[in-house]
Write a protein of this length. Sequence first.
Length: 310
Amino acid sequence: MKRLATVALTALAPVSWGSTYAVATELLPPDRPLFTGVMRALPAGLLLTALARTLPKGQWWWKSAVLGILNIGAFFPLLFLSAYRLPGGVAAVLGAAGPLFVVGLAALLLGERASLRTVLAAVVGAFGVSMVVLTAEAGLDAVGVIAGVISSASMGAGTVMTKRWGRPEGVGPLAMTGWQLTAGGLFIIPVAALVEGAPPALDGKAFLGYGYMMLINTGIAYWLWFRGIGALSATSVTLLGPLSPLTAAVIGWAALGQALSPVQLVGMAVAFGATVAGQLAAARTAKSFSSPERNDQNISMDLMDEGVRR
């Protein structure tokens, strides 16, 4: 039951990310994705770091910077470049292929033994997402495809390295999330200034949208995501990724009046079923395989929980 609760809480992160498109199109200034990336990451990072009242020490300064660039700083710009150069459906499918990167890297760097069921769940999940988001008019652009693939690889590498490095003793996921978001936001600032120029004027809707993106969509969502990485296998966490485009499709139907075809409904069922199957496969693997690193990180989670209770 404890694992199920952890999976459910971690799943709230990609569900929240599925609202990004609707919030951006309805509330935020158009054509400012990099500025939006800064507004998502940096204020949330500074806030979480202040709440945690803990700064990196020693090697964790550069480790936090590396993780922040992989998970946020490089991922956001590459994701936005892919979204601008490709139809949204193609970009979403490339993102849904991210679990395959994590499966390979986790086997190589963490010793996580991915079962055939896990690999099939990742493949079927990406296929289900493609049924939901791809259209007959979808075309390919080489730069967009490369950016989409690298963005998925960057997030995948960040997920695996977050699991591999764990956390400093006595430091909880709140501080780790704050460090990474701050580093990622700082990394995007010069890119945003070079590409987009001065920040746009903001109205009430924009402040509301950015407030939601900063607190819910980024601060809380990434805290849940990194907390999940500390408690679950990297593969188990990344297999929750398809929930993001599925949530975006549901919000588009419920709030934006976008129709869902029978093929899309079948695709949603396939992707959701693959997500559940992937978690079941990961749970079986977790029961049959345990490593010293996982035990160390479980101890770290216990220390974090004790610190929260204090």
